[in-house]
Ligand binder design. Structure first.
Ligand SMILES: Cc1cc2nc3c(=O)[nH]c(=O)nc-3n(C[C@H](O)[C@H](O)[C@H](O)COP(=O)(O)OP(=O)(O)OC[C@H]3O[C@@H](n4cnc5c(N)ncnc54)[C@H](O)[C@@H]3O)c2cc1C
Length: 573
């Protein structure tokens, strides 16, 4: 973890991570995503390919690209008065020039919406309606006293909220990390501790965890996909970073697909009503056409929400699920980095909207339709579609990282790199040792003819396996040499020597690698000792300089705030 420059791994470290034992993401693409999703990874990939362009252009339209956020909102869970978003990469651009915005985003229009805290139920009926806000359609809807929301839908109307163009503040590597972000994630995962012992608890708990982990992983994919290359000054993908955060964890990849299924199913569920959404005139055809194109390619099997809260017993569990998820959306107000908070809020609101549609909207019940779909605020709808776009982009990026990974593996294979990932790879040191031991056991306990057969079979298998790009990609077996040795031994009079020579080679190779690694570790420790006095000297100079400047009253030093030691800074020239 560190700034963009530091995050560029050394090439040997990169090789270790890329050629880790896990074949890319280790996900079987033809298997189903989870018990509650009757769809395979490959099918989701296909759907995503078909809708990607429409979705991308939809979230770039004037209607879907703006979101509101109260950037000064206090964290409701702990004291965050020392918020530290001083770095350019984590601060956000808010909309200041309103003249170019469409009418429905103009301050006069937005200010017609009253502060919900001062509103009566009667007011909320109109204010909460997506249609009322957008096109002044004065449908009177009944305001539900029951809480069916998985986030605070009124917070976007707060007077403190500012309008933000999402396309101008992309979700990418900001350098936010260390203890601060780890603490946020810890609290978010902590919400997954359900208290009740209810029937469906396991599935609900599992779904809650997957939602959070999928969000976490999706953020990881986006930041790996948009990292600043300090040499070129360009933002782009970083495979090593991706592998170390997401690619080497198949469960994290699976959870992104799971979230895709959840959000897609909620869109599918409201599809018949989206068709009738009375968008403002200029958007009627364009926006509506895109939405219909997207939702019509989704499938009801993609997620089976009815498995989660099946019966009356599960109602209390659902209440707990709802209030815990609401807490997740509130924890976003504690995120110190503004860009991260913005996208965290957009995505948690998007998931909250999905959950509301999935669990509170019964298609057969007109009243529930009125209470859920007709009352979706525009911010919920914007968040829902932007969250779907985030997941869609994450899946596109995962597939592109896979291609990059395979290309790198092929390059690595052809390069002379005998020790590549010998320790961490699939055919790692311990595995080879075990292989050698099995080999000796097998061969010493069989006849000479059997031994020869086993040797041939093993050699062929080894060579065959080597052709597979992923399985043996991390170990550069000296193919020709190996065959040569076999030829020598098969010419030799004593066939019994074959397995011994082979295992001796393995032992020797493993031994040499171990020694080389131990030596490298010693060299590293030695270098650290050499660097220590120099670093201490530099530290002393810097502090002396600061003290001196303070002493003689140099302005900038007088009010100097203590630098945050954890917040990493991008080295943008
Ligand atoms: C709401 C939010 C939004 C953020 N947005 C951005 C952003 O836009 N740009 C940016 O650069 N940074 C962002 N961050 C920070 C980013 O998520 C990481 O926290 C940060 O990059 C440090 O990463 P890390 O590898 O140290 O571990 P973290 O990602 O902080 O993870 C902490 C621990 O959680 C576990 N873990 C990691 N991923 C998963 C997973 N998917 N499922 C289950 N467990 C997991 C691991 O054990 C890991 O050690 C955001 C953080 C938060 C909380």
């Amino acid at each position: 973890q560190g700034n963009a420059t530091e995050s560029t791994f050394s090439s040997s470290k990169a090789n270790e991570i890329i050629s880790d034992s896990t074949p890319f993401c280790k996900v079987e693409k033809d298997s189903t995503v989870s018990t509650s999703c009757n769809i395979t990874f490959q099918e989701i990939n296909n759907i995503n390919e078909n809708i990607r362009n429409d979705l991308q252009s939809l979230v770039n339209t004037d209607f879907f690209k703006y979101f509101k956020l109260d950037i000064y909102k206090q964290c409701p869970f702990w004291d965050d008065s020392n918020r530290l978003c001083t770095d350019g990469s984590c601060s956000i651009d808010i909309v200041e020039d309103w003249s170019k915005l469409p009418e429905y985003w103009q301050p006069e229009h937005l200010s017609e919406l009253k502060d919900p805290s001062n509103s009566s139920d009667e007011d909320l009926v109109t204010d909460c309606s997506f249609l009322d806000q957008l096109c002044n359609d004065n449908k009177k809807l009944q305001y539900m006293q029951n809480d069916i929301d998985y986030c605070d839908v009124n917070e976007f109307e707060s007077k403190e909220s500012v309008l933000i163009d999402l396309t101008k503040n992309p979700e990418r590597f900001t350098g936010y990390g260390g203890q601060q972000s780890a603490n946020i994630w810890k609290h978010i995962y902590g919400e997954n501790c359900f208290s009740m012992d209810t029937q469906g608890k396991c599935l609900a708990k599992d779904a809650f965890y997957r939602l959070v982990s999928g969000l976490h992983a999706s953020i990881g994919v986006h930041i790996s996909n948009e990292m600043l290359n300090s040499e070129t000054g360009q933002w782009g993908p970083n495979l090593e970073f991706f592998m170390s955060r997401v690619g080497n964890f198949p469960d994290r990849i699976t959870n992104i697909y799971f979230n895709y299924a959840v959000v897609a199913k909620s869109l599918w569920k409201i599809m018949p009503f989206l068709k009738h959404l009375d968008f403002c005139n200029e958007y009627d055809n364009d926006v509506k056409g895109k939405i219909i194109n997207i939702t019509s390619q989704l499938d009801s099997n993609i997620f089976q929400e009815d498995l989660l809260f099946k019966n009356d017993l599960d109602y209390s569990l659902k209440d707990e699920f709802r209030s815990r998820f609401k807490n997740v959306t509130k924890i976003m107000d504690c995120v110190d980095c503004d860009t991260c908070r913005l996208w965290g809020k957009v995505q948690t609101t998007g998931y909250a909207t999905s959950l509301k549609i999935l669990f509170e909207f019964d298609e057969a019940d007109e009243e529930s339709r009125q209470n859920v779909v007709d009352k979706l605020t525009k911010y919920e709808l914007i968040a829902l579609l932007n969250t779907f776009d985030r997941l869609s982009q994450a899946i596109e990026a995962i597939n592109s990282f896979e291609r990059m990974y395979n290309k790198n593996m092929n390059n690595l294979k052809t390069k002379e790199n005998p020790n590549a990932s010998f320790i961490f790879g699939k055919n790692n040191f311990f595995r080879l040792l075990k292989g050698a031991k099995d080999y000796i056991n097998n061969n010493f306990s069989s006849s000479n003819a059997e031994q020869e057969e086993i040797t041939k079979r093993d050699v062929n298998k080894l060579l065959e396996d080597e052709k597979e790009p992923v399985k043996f990609a991390d170990l550069k077996l000296p193919e020709k040499k190996y065959i040569k040795k076999q030829t020598t031994t098969s010419n030799s009079k004593s066939k019994n020597t074959t397995p011994i020579i082979k295992s001796e080679n393995k032992w020797k190779k493993a031994w040499n690698t171990e020694i080389a690694n131990v030596m490298e570790a010693f060299r590293f420790i030695w270098r650290s000792y050499l660097d220590l006095p120099r670093n201490l000297w530099k530290l002393l100079l810097v502090n002396m300089n600061k003290l001196w400047n303070k002493f003689i009253g140099v302005a900038n030093y007088l009010n100097e705030k203590e630098e945050n030691p954890i917040l990493y800074k991008l080295n943008i020239q």
